[in-house]
Write a protein that binds this ligand. Structure first.
Ligand code: NIG
Ligand code: FE
Length: 411
């Protein structure tokens, strides 16, 4: 039964808050930081109602308003980490040592280590253990300014183990950070399907509608690589996603060029991720499809890669570039998105503004979210506060925390 008429009429007014005395970088225009000196923001519940200079603050009447003096801090949109593998058991420090002694990531994967070793550790952990591990990681990401995070499955690789990881991700979304889930069941071949990759892909295509009907999946990803799945296999997963109305994205061209980006673009993918070996044809296809280039400098650094993503070609083509942590135990065990902003500048030659846009507005776009990543009336009230004078310092300082705090949905 619906609420009685008076109860609706007596619904409480929105919680109104004023955030004043900040230097604000809105990123609201296509170019520039959108700096507001002595800025102020009025929020109503989880949304921005007004943004401008303190001098122009509208009269807010007698309604109760919560006041926050930000003490001159720099305020930016909350950071968006649009590519993480946050839910897993164990770690792979021993493989890191092996690689330092000369073994390659592919050698280790072919010898049965790599993703498969994390799958074994993930299957051995309980759902509550996975939640406890991942929520500590999420807390650290948030301490670095992150207010929305994408979380992939991909270390369960069975119907129930993948569902467990996706449920953990959904639960994390109740803990004060925005969470978007992605099924990455097509991440690696689980041992029980050894020699039967096509059968595994068929199983994934049968499982996806069930996970989706349980409300566990917001998007679908795959690993297209010679040590993972072929374009033809990825295409079958994408066809299933399409039939469910789910957006796709792809781990593409990380270790070699297999034409994954062109395939993903045909499915109007939200993003192509890694793309160190992206070809000119891949750039053109992404441009035509409006697909975001997801740059992951943490994995590039940790794998000691030398082949750079084609940044100049992407920039020239006007392909939007995003930057994320790719947090995972095998190729990017970092929990600092500000550090990735720094590496994107030093190693990939992004400008500080490009890198900060990459971790805010373009990362939101890579998740299909238009309501965050910039600060403007109507946008979500997700903020990060920094001990900086200017937003270019987000790219300059590295390896130590400068985030004073975050606000997610104005709380
Ligand atoms: O984004 N490239 C594939 N997936 C992950 C690594 C997974 C792992 O090694 O555990 C990545 O780099
Ligand atoms: Fe990844």
């Amino acid at each position: 039964p619906g609420l009685p008429e008076q109860a609706v009429a007596a619904a409480p007014p929105p919680a109104r808050r004023v955030w004043r005395h900040a230097r604000v970088a809105t990123l609201a225009d296509a170019r520039g930081w959108g700096l507001i000196e002595r800025g102020a923001i009025v929020t109503e519940d989880a949304r921005i109602a007004w943004i401008g200079t303190e001098a122009d603050l509208p009269a807010l009447g007698k309604a109760a308003v919560e006041e926050h003096d930000l003490g001159g801090a720099l305020l930016t949109p909350g950071l968006v980490d649009a590519h993480t593998h946050l839910v897993y058991g164990g770690h792979r420090a021993h493989e890191f040592e092996l690689r330092l002694q000369g073994a390659s990531y592919e050698d280790i994967a072919r010898a049965g280590g790599g993703i498969r070793s994390t799958v074994a550790a993930t299957r051995a952990a309980s759902e509550d253990e996975l939640f406890a591990l991942a929520s500590r990681r999420l807390r650290t990401l948030r301490d670095g300014g992150v207010t929305t995070v994408e979380i992939k499955s991909g270390y369960g690789l069975s119907f129930e183990d993948e569902a467990r990881c996706l449920r953990v991700a959904r639960r994390l979304g109740q803990t004060g950070v925005g969470v978007v889930t992605t099924s990455l069941a097509a991440h690696a071949l689980p041992p029980e399907f050894e020699g039967r990759a096509d059968d595994y892909i068929a199983a994934v295509c049968a499982w996806l509608p069930k996970w989706h009907s349980q409300g566990l999946v917001d998007a679908v990803d795959a690993f297209c690589e010679r040590i993972a799945f072929s374009p033809a296999q990825v295409e079958r997963v994408f066809e299933t996603a399409k039939s469910l109305g789910l957006p796709v994205k792809l781990h593409a061209e990380q270790l070699s060029d297999s034409g994954g980006a062109e395939l993903a673009a045909r499915f109007k993918a939200l993003s192509c991720d890694h793309i160190e070996f992206l070809s000119d044809a891949g750039v053109a296809a992404m441009r035509a499809a409006g697909t975001v280039a997801m740059l992951l400098p943490g994995a590039f650094h940790f794998l000691r890669e030398t082949r750079l993503p084609p940044i100049a070609a992407l920039r020239e083509a006007g392909v939007a570039m995003a930057v994320s942590t790719d947090h995972n135990p095998g190729t990017s065990p970092t929990l600092s998105l500000p550090l990735m902003i720094h590496l994107a500048c030093v190693d990939f030659r992004l400008t500080p503004e490009e890198a900060v846009r990459g971790a805010t507005v373009n990362a939101a776009r890579a998740l299909g979210l238009a309501d965050r990543g910039t600060l403007a009336a109507g946008q979500r009230a997700d903020f990060a506060l920094w001990d900086h004078e200017h937003p270019r310092e987000l790219a300059y300082w590295f390896g130590h925390p400068a985030c004073r705090g975050t606000v997610v949905g104005a709380t």
